[in-house]
Design a protein around this ligand. Sequence first.
Ligand SMILES: [Fe+2]
Length: 543
Amino acid sequence: MTFTIDRRRLVLGAGAGLAALTLPGGVSLAQGLLAARGFTHGLASGEPAADSMLLWTRFVPGGNADAVRLTAEMATDAAFAKVVAGGSVQTGGWRDWTAKLTVTGLRPGTTYYYRFIAPDGTISATGRTRTLPVGPVSRFGLGVFSCSNLPVGHFNAYGHAALRGDMDLWLHLGDYIYESGRPQPDAANVLAARVLALEPAHEILALADYRMRLACYRADPDLQRLHQLAPMIAQWDDHESANDSWEGGAGQHQPDEGEWSARKAAAMQAYREWMPVSDEPWKTYAIGDLATLYRTESRLLGRTRQIDMAPALAAGDPAALAAFRDGPWQDPAATMLGFAQEAWLADALARNARSTAWQLVGMGTITGRTSPPPQIVDWLRPDTAGPRVAFWRDAIRAGRAGIPMWMDRWDGYPAARARMLAAAQAADADLVMLAGDSHNAWAFQLAHDGRPAGVEFAGQAVSSNGVETGLAVDPAIVARGFVAANAELRWCDTSRRGYMMIDLTPQRVTGEWQFLNTVAERDLTLAGTHRMSVERGRRIFAT
Ligand SMILES: [Fe+2]
């Protein structure tokens, strides 16, 4: 799809947002965010369907109003010569002045322009969106993002994607924000100016904190542009609440930080206020007869606690690791999606594999199994701290015992993984997993029961640091080591940031990792790409 819109109109229309806010000396960004009035954060669209679209904006009125009613307009031309759909929505302080409205009665596979109008006559910027197609579809483009950590890098991946004209839809697989407080400006891989722009300064715990953090991220101009130009399907991973979260807690949630249930509820509320998402916990999206896209939830609603391999490792005895591998690790009660969602996914795969060519499952964490190359300890930087060295030594020992290393990923939920892949095989699905979380780029060929089950395109971070930060050798050597150590892994890159472009046709799915030149400054230069594809019915990568 090629857009012919006058780009200046959208740029100029974006105008007054906080992105352009120049704060006088002594005024913190937090104060600026709290004092902002009008359409403060641009607009966004999501939850695409063939005949409807969810529209998002945020409007803070002047004065003492405690509520405001906004009008939305949609047109097929950027000048709004003829408004073809719309509606109105109320918002107020109870929902942080964010507004969401689902507009219905739209035509499939159609580009629409939309805007909001406030009671005082203020008109928002113009957004562009596109409904999903129906029937035969010859080509569809998806831009896939994950892990955008504001203080460690510029969102060049968002900026680059926003400039292209060949994408129909964005998919964000999580870690859209991070919950940590400001890192030390002198720490490695931290950008001082972006550290200072991070609000609140402390780790976020309460509803007001999560709202402020989202307001801060959404002030980024590249992220605003991304949302302005195409719809986004978004699902959270762990950092939208806290690191390594599960239904009943999180690795990064401590007893002195209050009840987890309260923090979890706050994180979910703020996310649903600030993102162009519905409250449905998981969902499918039909891309004509070409593909079904699955939005999943693998953190807060049904995930059981990550299993702890440490006791088996501490025993220092191969028998203890073997007992762990053959016992607790394979617990069938361990689940990442929860049993209700597992059943939904199996059922939906069976149904949709009969009517759409590809089953694209968005997942917060990686399904492909990972063990480290045995040489990795020799590749660590000389100043690597002792516990980090021990971490890798333990992962190598686990790998020798046949246990992959990441217990927070599907590595730690092997029975649930087997159920998911068996369901895809039973459905005769052309399964394509799309994953984030790891911060590096990986291509896995998934297998179950000795047979191919599908492929996985795992995307590198928008800005978060990857495994390379601890290593002192050529990334090409690291990549060869990982591929040699893992039967399911066909390719990886452990050095660069960016996003994935997923190109769908009836015959093949092509994933192209887009590597940006840097995140240390704002620079939209592409440093390289890597492309892999899978043919219909093959379930392994084409060579
Ligand atoms: Fe992440």
